[in-house]
Design a protein around this ligand. Sequence first.
Ligand SMILES: *Cc1c(COP(=O)(O)O)cnc(C)c1O
Length: 376
Amino acid sequence: MSDLQSLQIPAELLPSDGRFGSGPSRIRSAQISALAEAGAHVLGTSHRQAPVKDLVRRVRAGLTELFSLPAGYEVVLGNGGSTAFWDVAAFGLVRERAQHVVLGEFSSKFAAETRGAPHLDEPLVLAAEPGTRTLPAADPEVDVYAYPHNETSTGVMLPVRRPEGATEDQLVLVDATSAAGGVAVDIAQTDAYYFAPQKAFGSDGGLWLSVLSPAAIARAEELASSDRWIPEFLSLTTAVANSRKDQTLNTPAVATLLLMAEQIEWMLGQGGLAWADERTRTTSSLLYDWAERRAETTPYVADPAARSQVVATIDVDEAIDASQITALLRAHGIVDIEPYRKLGRNQLRIATFPSVPPEDVQALIAVLDHVLDAAG
Ligand SMILES: *Cc1c(COP(=O)(O)O)cnc(C)c1O
């Protein structure tokens, strides 16, 4: 094992692009070219004028088409990433008490926000061991159900649907940060399906986007007119009003919007969400099947139905130090396949977002075979 670092990986085995990170994620070179060409006219110009507003319009219209929005649903956006949206929701969507499904780092962070909010009651937490899942369950005590579509820290995916028996006055908030754009979804099952651009949409970070139902918008209006103090930066009604004008409250990263618009339109051109869903099923299956075939590896998520199609987590036998594999691959330009830091496992975590073609996943598998054969 100790000489793994001196192993040479033949260049012909390497994937065409070595970026397999779960966020920030691979940005396609066509997007980067668009940034250089179209961007030359719009970067560094006012976000209150038509060219930047047109980028926001393209993002909102593109997502409306990609997710086949039901009547009355709206695409709303603001600055701060998905992390900011947790606070937006704690102020503008949770009336008194939320139920949180907690499966790992990201879902636990949102639960910590509603627990800490002085204007809210103690949340109800349904927790599962890392690598496993549990589903939200109808409960008359809560006015919001919160769960991730894909828990990025563990690679566990949940079905998106309203809990059976949930009432019309209870909202369903789905953290789709890493699933949106890579996994099929029926938006009508949600009231806020929120995400950020740096995962499946292969853009840069810094924005949050949320697809809101009429019930979610009504809740935001109800809470905005109550006596609750809501910081302007985290006000959902302010974000809705700005989004309707294809603007953000304060200055957005124009490059992020441009990369995002390009990616959404690329996805639509390929066949939309059904195409993306099919592609990520294929690429993630390549990895899970491989991990099951090799003696040294196992899919971390034991239940095949819970395995993520966009973030594949693969445990490596303790006899082999996975961090040596990731370091060796990093030296060859294959980056960001380390496990989620706090999970602390001997693991590889490989994103199969729509920007990652099956050929690159096959090449990565060939590289890993080469390394494991040498290690054994
Ligand atoms: C990446 C991620 C986040 C955090 O997104 P930011 O835009 O960095 O705030 C939240 N939830 C999930 C599921 C994620 O994958």
